[in-house]
Design a binder for this molecule. Structure first.
Ligand code: PMV
Length: 309
């Protein structure tokens, strides 16, 4: 009998990068895009079949060296559950584009951790899954804030401050985001490190940028909670300009952001690690088609609209 677990993708609405340095950030799940893990009990030992990555790996839980994020996720989970590896194969898959700021890594880890627990006949709370996936994120990213694992594990809009319990956000008035993919992937780890370098080299200047982003996030939270969706657009534009100051935009992101605004989006910004990956545009119902077409015309390799509610 096959059992299945899954986890959603995510979008960071406000505050990426600044969140690594202590500012708040807001992220929402994108439930239409998912990572899945199908557990087929049987066989001997635990095997992970990573369909998207074209890899099959037996999990050598006895080995001391862990140089693979999937194996790390499995071992940390078994350690927490204090149980031996179950006899099973876990088939991993995802409809989330990789390395593009949509949280594919954290979503795959989340589905896998849940699948290992299921295969072992145990259960884990969301808080425990979040703790485990954060450990894997550290392996992937070096210095993650923890926002990706949190929004994905709880699959709820979050207002997040590093090292503090996440606050779940209520979306008072649903809104639509159009998401455009530049088709250029960039490793979050490298971009986060570059921003670290800037902050270390010019602490006074960049402390101000981070503080201004924090204020934008605060205003965005208020707008989301009071249902003043229209005021989110200018806040996105401002946040994007500050991300540009942090050097995490790219020519392709600039082209898409400008195309979305010119087609009538209320605001637009890059989302996630930047220097490639995705941008988001806050778009009224009457402009969705125009913004989608404009993004395709400006070179986006993938465009879709998602409702935040
Ligand atoms: O994984 P991405 O591309 O969504 O970026 C994560 C957001 C950052 O703020 C850039 C890094 C972090 O750990 O918060």
């Amino acid at each position: 009998m096959t059992m299945q677990t899954s986890a959603s993708a995510k979008i960071i609405l406000f505050g990426e990068h600044a969140v690594v340095h202590g500012a708040p950030a807001i992220a929402v799940p994108v439930s239409d895009l998912r990572a899945t893990a199908a557990v087929v009990p049987g066989g001997s030992g635990l095997t992970i079949n990573a369909l998207n990555l074209n890899r099959v790996l037996p999990v050598e839980v006895a080995s001391d060296v862990v140089d693979d994020a999937l194996v790390l996720a499995v071992r940390k989970t078994l350690d927490m559950l204090n149980t031996p590896p179950p006899d099973a194969t876990i088939h991993l898959g995802a409809t989330i584009p990789m390395a593009s700021g949509l949280g594919s890594g954290a979503a795959i880890s989340t589905a896998l951790v849940r699948a290992v627990a299921l295969a072992a006949g145990c259960s884990l709370s969301d808080a425990q899954v979040n703790e485990l996936v954060y450990e894997v994120e550290k392996f992937h990213h070096g210095n993650p804030s923890g926002i990706d694992n949190t929004v994905i594990v709880f699959e709820k809009p979050v207002y997040f401050v590093r090292d503090q319990p996440p606050e779940l956000l209520h979306i008072t008035r649903p809104f639509t985001l159009v998401i455009g993919d530049t088709g250029h992937s960039a490793l979050t780890k490298i971009v986060v490190k570059a921003v670290d370098g800037l902050v270390a080299a010019q602490p006074d200047r960049f402390a101000l940028v981070i503080e201004r982003i924090g204020k934008i996030v605060w205003s965005a939270r208020r707008a989301i909670e009071t249902g003043e969706v229209e005021s989110l657009g200018p806040l996105m534009d401002e946040n994007h300009a500050l991300l540009r100051d942090l050097t995490v935009s790219s020519p392709e992101l600039e082209t898409l952001v400008q195309a979305a605004r010119a087609a009538g989006a209320m605001g637009a910004k890059l989302s996630g690690g930047g220097r490639g990956g995705n941008m988001i545009a806050l778009t009224g119902e009457d402009r969705i088609e125009q913004v989608v077409n404009a993004l395709h015309g400006a070179g986006a390799v993938r465009v879709f609209a998602t409702r935040v509610e």
